[in-house]
Design a protein around this ligand. Structure first.
Ligand code: NAD
Length: 487
């Protein structure tokens, strides 16, 4: 059976490239090629730029209320098409249907709904200066670029396009080459909703297409989600034309369990923060610091729940709650990290091996893995693994754990579990991280800004705050009296 070939999406429709070059997309749960994707060649790239500029002219001139209404139509369509879109995400990413069908499309739609509702509320201000006055306008930036990672492909496309479009910008989005289909479906939805052609274009390809976007002089901003190292390259590219950047990067976040914590709740947090989406989440609390006095109880119940409650298998099966890693290469990388953990002296308590579930042969599965006796300098404790590998560390007092938790170049997230309300706030205020949780881990409602401290990022996504990252202020001074001039 011949496999489908998908094209880039430019100016409100699919557009064939001139070179005919394609790449293969693999279902991580089977290792099989599922479709081909055309690469954005020079023709597609130029068309995308031209179309995004035209789209911007039409869209930014539209009344914000009208933009809002069209975006809300897209929200309704996304929700109507939830199951079809969720299935695409499962096949592209290997994550469980159980998650994608309730989180991925829904959280994307939520973001568009939130920013669409805010669009008509964007305002400037006015101030008197003697008899004169000045006023400010919040204006759109122009053509923005979005570059996405593969773990939440559709959600990332929504989280970037929602504030960009609500503020009147147009966007050229490049999804990860591992998971390119979801963004195309979002583009279709925007067109179905009546959003003008060119407002949201999707170009396909690997890092070179991303680098082209980062450098392009007609693009005013680039919003990037991916690894720290790639983010630095994107920022360097953006510097060549002084583009604004948003950087949503990686992490090695601490999750601290104090002696007075509700242990079962803390275990839920640690499991969600390490095994949800088979560990491929940027905010994961992969360094689990547990107070020495409760570590035995914590580990015992954690192992019991991991052994009894995790169902690995065909991600489309409704019972599966733990899927396949994104690629063969990433699978090997995660296994290599596990080996390093063993070699450097951590105790492997659970998992540690590749799995081959009978209903999903050929997939890139790695068992949920738990290490104890991990120390701060071990590789598994310092580097982002982006897989289902939990490191348990013990601590004795508060100052010590704060210092150790912050001892990293990353600063994406942090979580603490304690029943002591004073300590909860005291400790969380000292965490060098942009996304923090007390007695929770991973919740990310659209109202809440997300983004990193230190090398985990620049700027924020979600929350009202993000409107500022997609607009620029124009100040207008109005002279009401004749100018005083010495000339
Ligand atoms: P990656 O950095 O390898 O790739 C991300 C995107 O950048 C892809 O679309 C890729 O094609 C593109 N790219 C690669 N080289 C480029 C270049 N030189 N110039 C421009 N673009 C280039 O990341 P990934 O492996 O796709 O995703 C995993 C990473 O993403 C992890 O580090 C994870 O923590 C991070 N992440 C962060 C967040 C967040 O919100 N902070 C969310 C999800 C994932």
């Amino acid at each position: 059976m011949s496999l489908p070939t998908h094209q880039n999406y430019v100016n409100g429709q699919y557009l064939a490239n001139k070179t005919g070059a394609t790449f293969d997309v693999i279902n991580p749960a089977t290792g099989q090629v599922i479709y081909h994707m055309e690469i954005a060649d020079d023709f597609i790239k130029q068309q995308a730029i031209d179309s995004a500029k035209q789209g911007f002219a039409v869209w930014s001139a539209m009344d914000a209320t009208q933009r809002s209404r069209l975006l809300l139509k897209a929200v309704a369509l996304l929700r109507e098409q939830n199951d079809e879109l969720a299935k695409i995400e499962v096949l592209d990413t290997g994550k469980p249907w159980q998650e994608a069908s309730v989180v991925d499309v829904e959280s994307g739609a939520d973001a568009i709904e939130f920013f669409a509702s805010l669009a008509p509320a964007i305002e400037g201000n006015q101030q008197s200066v003697g008899d004169d006055f000045y006023y400010s306008r919040r204006e759109a930036l122009g053509v923005c670029a979005g570059i996405g990672a593969w773990n939440y492909p559709l959600q990332i496309a929504c989280w970037k396009s929602a504030p960009a479009l609500a503020c009147g910008n147009s966007m050229i989005f490049k999804p990860s080459e591992e998971t390119p289909l979801g963004a195309l479906k979002l583009a279709e939805v925007f067109t179905q909703a009546g959003i003008p052609d060119g407002v949201f274009n999707v170009v396909q390809g690997a890092g070179d297409v991303g680098a082209w976007l980062s450098h392009h002089s007609d693009i005013e901003k680039v919003s990037f989600t991916g690894e720290v190292g790639t983010g630095k390259k994107v920022m360097a590219g953006a510097a060549t034309t002084l583009k604004d950047v948003t950087m949503e990067l990686g992490g090695k976040s601490p999750l601290i369990v104090f002696e007075d914590a509700d242990i079962d709740n803390a275990i839920s947090g640690a499991m969600l923060g390490n095994f949800y989406t088979q560990g491929e989440i940027c905010t994961n609390g992969t360094r689990v610091f547990v107070h020495r006095s409760v570590v035995n109880t914590f580990v015992e119940r954690l192992l019991e729940r991991t052994r009894n409650n995790i169902v690995v298998g065909d991600p489309m099966h409704p019972d599966t709650n733990f899927g396949a890693l994104i690629s063969k290469k990433h699978h090997q990388l995660v296994l290599d990290y596990i080996q390093k953990g063993i070699d450097e002296g951590a105790t492997l308590l659970e998992g540690g091996e590749a799995l081959s579930p009978s209903d999903s042969a050929g997939g890139y599965f790695v068992a949920p893995t738990i290490f104890s006796d991990v120390t701060d300098e071990m590789t598994i404790c310092r580097e982002e693994i982006f897989g289902p590998v939990m490191s348990i560390l013990t601590f004795d007092d508060e100052d010590e754990v704060i210092r150790r938790a912050n001892d990293t170049e990353f600063g994406l997230a942090a979580g603490i579990f304690t029943q002591d309300i004073t300590r909860a706030h005291r400790v969380i205020h000292q965490m060098q991280a942009g996304i923090c949780w007390i007695n929770n881990y991973g919740a990310s409602p659209v109202q809440m800004p997300v983004g990193g401290y230190k090398q985990s990022g620049i700027g924020r996504e979600n929350g009202i705050e993000t409107l500022r990252h997609y607009t620029q202020i124009k100040s207008v001074y109005v002279g009401m009296t004749p100018l005083e001039s010495p000339f």
